[in-house]
Write a protein that binds this ligand. Sequence first.
Ligand code: 5GP
Ligand code: MG
Length: 186
Amino acid sequence: MQTDAGSVMIDREQIAQRIDALAGELRDVYGHGPDAKPITLIPVLTGAFMFTADLIRRLPGPLQVFPISISSYPGAATKARQARVREGLTDLPDDLSDRHVLVVDDILDTGQTLGLVHDLLSAKAPASLRICVLLRKDVPRVRDVEADFVAFDIPDEFVVGYGLDYDDYYRNLPEIIALPPGGAPA
Ligand code: 5GP
Ligand code: MG
């Protein structure tokens, strides 16, 4: 069932090339070599795990990873619900005031998830707070939140693969796949 989930929207090579370029954009902002600013990178699990793994391998400067977990699509639902923190920010340092925080998420869709994350983190007054997403959907935002770094802009289709799930399946697919309307066969 996994392989015929839908049609390939972004293939492996496109993903790899774009992440190379994106890492260059990040190095331009945070610096590189001895003067690089240390990055406090906060992946939003679970969907961002593969993107994060590929991205941080291209960022050789000082960097710490503190994952958080947010839920907005319980089970197999594909309609946005209110985002909520599932495991909280317990592993995050209490004091972010001298830190350059980079949130990494899979998709900016309605903006509810990243709006919530942005609220939580900006309350801790980090030295800087930026958002990096693998995908940005062309839809109206419910929350006014901007991504500073975007790997791909995509149309309003439900996608799986490369860390993204439908009912927790398909995360292991190496491409980004658009599911047919109505969802995939179970
Ligand atoms: P938002 O809160 O911006 O509406 O939704 C963002 C979250 O919803 C993403 O982090 C992702 O977990 C989930 N999401 C939104 N669109 C899709 C999609 O097309 N496919 C999958 N698998 N998840 C999505
Ligand atoms: Mg998510």
